[in-house]
Design a protein around this ligand. Structure first.
Ligand code: EPZ
Length: 416
């Protein structure tokens, strides 16, 4: 198993452009099934999850070519509606193909995606909504058999603003008969990017970014070119890297609007944030101030995908901070690993109390999920001595060239 060996104690300085967003490109790659035509998607990050999506598209019969950061997908020759089980199990967000395949073919067969490290990850909201649109979905022997003679537009009230469920409904509704209204829709920027892609191929989607999304079903679709938005969570991770190492870095090509909740919480720690159009300069303070309450919420609240990184930062704060993880059931696995490095963290269900640690010291720690792994790297940057982060395949699912980029900014990391 690959691991990172990190020599802590170096401040980070320099500039870094931010790559395309994993959580925008994944649903858009699934959506390319719908138009049965060519699609040129640029600013695509080189990630394990993107590779899996490409394998799934290829297995369905799409023609896929990746050149640099651009993927060309021709979905005209897709003839299959069954997703390979081993790939669905490896990446739960492949559930998003369900809406896309139902929109194009009225049929989809995939294994139940199952949970992952951060919780059981149910799909009840996806299934309830697609059934409401007329899909017949049979769950048996761990597989989902979906059929729809003709999906019909309808008025859907989501019990929870689920990102994946919102995306799946939009895809299924894109070619349905009539209009679909999604109420209590997720408002994440990645859903706005999906809407922008879909409207470029001839769909009629509006309201993404708000709680009410309206999709008018259309039958004629065509090819398009689309550039993926920058990754707000990758950007937030590097912002914490500057803060935790008392460094000074400039991140470029951002959509600042997507980062407001992260910026606000970083400022509470005493970190200076200077915005210049699409660039943000982060200046780490000599001492990190605690945050009285950090609660993760659906967008535009503070993102759950930044919770672990902030727990690492608050481990060296001068005082006690509280984190309340309200989105996922089991997203504190990094706390135990941070404690091995000297952090003073106690968790009570989905509440974590982080007290001032004397100092963080290097240790052998294990990444257990994508963002938790990134948090361990951030702690290794500031810990005294050498930190070994094992199981970095988790990290490579969501970060392109993480250790190379950190080394370019002055870190001392080797990957073995
Ligand atoms: C997306 O996951 C992201 N993944 C996650 O990013 C992100 O943490 C999450 O949204 C929340 O922002 C991608 O976009 C590929 P949800 P998703 O459906 O769609 C419950 C990362 O690190 N729920 O909004 O799976 C669910 O259990 C990843 O990049 C149901 O109960 O998230 C969770 O508690 C991690 N029933 C909550 O809703 C359902 O049918 C939020 O899940 C669906 C969800």
């Amino acid at each position: 198993m690959e691991k990172y060996i990190i020599n802590g104690g170096n401040r980070l300085y320099g500039e870094l452009p931010i790559i395309g967003a994993k959580n925008a490109v994944l649903p858009i790659l699934a959506a390319t099934v719908i138009n049965g035509s060519s699609n040129l998607i640029s600013n695509v990050p080189k990630l394990r999850d993107v590779e899996i999506m490409i394998k799934i598209l290829d297995s369905l019969g799409a023609k896929v070519e990746m050149k640099g950061d651009t993927i060309a997908i021709d979905s005209s020759k897709i003839s299959k509606v069954t997703l390979p089980e081993e790939l669905v199990r490896e990446m739960r967000s492949s559930i998003i193909f369900m809406g896309a395949l139902l929109a194009r073919f009225g049929e989809a067969v995939l294994s139940y995606p199952g949970g992952c490290e951060i919780g059981p990850r149910p799909i009840d909201l996806h299934l309830k909504s697609l059934r409401q649109m007329g899909a017949e979905i049979e769950e048996s022997h761990g597989f989902l058999y979906c059929k729809a003679k003709g999906l019909r537009g309808c008025d859907i009230q989501l019990d929870y603003p689920s990102v994946g469920a919102t995306e799946n409904i939009i895809l299924a509704a894109s070619t349905a008969d009539g209009t679909t209204i999604i109420r209590n829709a997720a408002r994440e920027p990645e859903i706005v990017d999906l809407q922008d892609y879909l409207n470029k191929i001839g769909c009629r989607v509006k309201g993404a970014g708000t709680s009410i999304i309206v999709v008018e079903g259309v039958k004629e679709l065509h090819s398009c070119e689309h550039r993926i938005i920058p990754d707000r969570i990758v950007a937030g991770t590097y912002m914490v890297a500057a803060a935790i190492t008392q460094g000074e870095i400039v991140l470029k090509n951002l959509v600042v609007e997507h980062l407001q909740s992260i910026i606000a919480k970083l400022k509470e720690t005493g970190t200076r944030v200077i915005i210049d159009k699409k660039d943000i300069k982060i200046i780490g303070p000599d001492r990190i101030l605690p945050i009285e309450m950090l609660q993760t919420l659906p967008f535009p609240g503070f993102p759950t995908d930044m919770q672990a990184q902030f727990m690492a930062l608050l481990s060296i704060a001068d005082g006690t901070s509280i984190i309340n993880e309200t989105v996922f059931e089991n997203r504190f696995k990094h706390a135990e690993e941070l404690t091995r490095m000297g952090a003073n963290i106690k968790t009570f269900g989905n509440v974590a109390v982080i007290k001032r640690a004397n100092k963080l010291t290097g240790a052998k720690v294990y990444a257990k999920d994508l963002r938790g792994g990134a948090a361990l790297v951030l702690s290794g940057l500031v810990a005294e001595g050498v930190t070994e982060v094992e199981n970095i395949y988790h990290i490579n699912r969501g970060y392109e060239s993480l250790y190379e980029n950190l080394n370019r900014l002055g870190a001392k990391i080797i990957s073995v």
